[in-house]
Write a protein that binds this ligand. Structure first.
Ligand code: UDP
Length: 325
């Protein structure tokens, strides 16, 4: 059986995908520079340490392993940082993806599942976003993902490289078995930062913007459990393997939660009082990102198991208590 290459497989979502694939008996090869990934998340498959900027290394990976398809997670992911340092984002995300695609073509590997983002929609004009909603990114991070989606469309047209772009809404939670979870350095995401505050590792949680056109003035996001995301990658691979056409799928639960609501849920789950401060909007943030994931349900047969936001926060809380102990 051919192997699945997972770029960024020592990271948060990539490691959960490595677990999901391995548990189905698939052979995986994790490629990670360990700049942002974690050695202790390397629990499944073989490991190749290196950077996508290194074309010779990439060529070696494809020659050492019989790769059938690629799950491409490796990327920089912080919206705010991308506004400050666009060169980092266009270099690491766009240019290095081009290296990956060229190495794939050279090795005649023609299937790729790409980690895209709901941020490609920008400021949506509908309450719930379907895949045909116009794309209008608000940050270099979101633009880098948008540009890669275009590159993939062009590579399919020219070279027959088939892809699925999975547009994640807000990945959250942790492996229910507690083997892996979310650990970013520095952490910028809402749920882990709230839980760090609950653990006393920071003084408070800051709300970025309270004057958005939303019911309580704070941004609405659609939180999706990382294990559900991982399982969607399995479905996307099966879709491509059965000859599915290149396209994008949203991955979310279809429910918008405000920043304040998430803080309330985290207080309830952790049983801790979490001090809150309010500040200006964070540049590059969309007021509301809520999915329609009907296509992923209908076409991929994907069914999330952790649709309840309390379950999502609870698995994150279990992980953070252990990881930060
Ligand atoms: N957010 C916040 N305080 C923080 C971190 C995030 O108010 O310390 C808000 C952020 O402005 C956004 C939401 O929480 O509206 C989710 O942000 P996150 O960075 O977790 O994910 P993103 O939506 O940027 O992918």
């Amino acid at each position: 059986m051919k192997k699945t290459l997972i770029t960024g497989g020592a990271g948060y979502i990539g490691s959960h995908a490595a677990k999901a694939l391995s548990s189905l008996g698939r052979e995986v090869v994790v490629l990670d520079s360990l700049v942002a990934g974690h050695r202790d998340f390397l629990k499944w498959g073989e490991f190749e340490q290196g950077d996508l900027a290194d074309s010779a290394f990439l060529k070696g990976v494809f020659s050492r392993h019989d790769i059938g398809e690629v799950l491409h997670f490796a990327a920089f992911i912080a919206v705010g940082e991308s506004v400050e340092k666009p060169d980092m984002y266009y270099g690491n995300n766009v240019r290095n993806t081009l290296n990956l695609l060229d190495a794939m073509l050279e090795a005649d590997v023609k299937r790729l599942v790409f980690s895209s983002t709901a941020a490609v929609y920008g400021e949506p004009v509908t309450d719930v976003i379907a895949e045909d909603h116009p794309l209008s990114p608000l940050s270099p991070y979101a633009w880098s993902k948008r540009m890669i989606e275009q590159m993939l469309a062009d590579y399919d047209h020219a070279y027959g490289l088939k892809h699925v772009c999975l547009r994640y809404f807000n990945a959250a939670g942790a492996d229910p078995d507690g083997e892996i979870g979310e650990r970013h350095q520095p952490e910028t995401h809402l749920i882990p930062l709230i839980l760090h505050a609950a653990l006393g590792l920071r003084d408070n949680i800051t709300i970025f913007g309270t004057d958005y056109p939303t019911p309580d003035g704070t941004c609405l996001r659609d939180y999706i459990h990382v294990t559900d995301l991982a399982n969607a990658h399995v479905k996307a691979l099966e879709y491509l393997e059965s000859g599915g056409a290149s396209r994008a799928f949203n991955l979310g639960n279809g429910n918008g939660f405000s920043v304040r609501e998430i803080i309330d849920v985290a207080q309830e789950v952790s049983g801790k009082d979490i001090p809150v401060t309010e500040s200006e909007r964070r540049p590059g943030d969309s007021p509301s990102l809520v999915s329609s994931a009907k296509a992923a349900h209908g076409v991929l047969g994907w069914n999330p198991q952790f649709g309840n936001v309390r379950d999502i926060v609870r698995t994150a809380w279990d992980w953070h208590q252990k990881d930060l102990a």
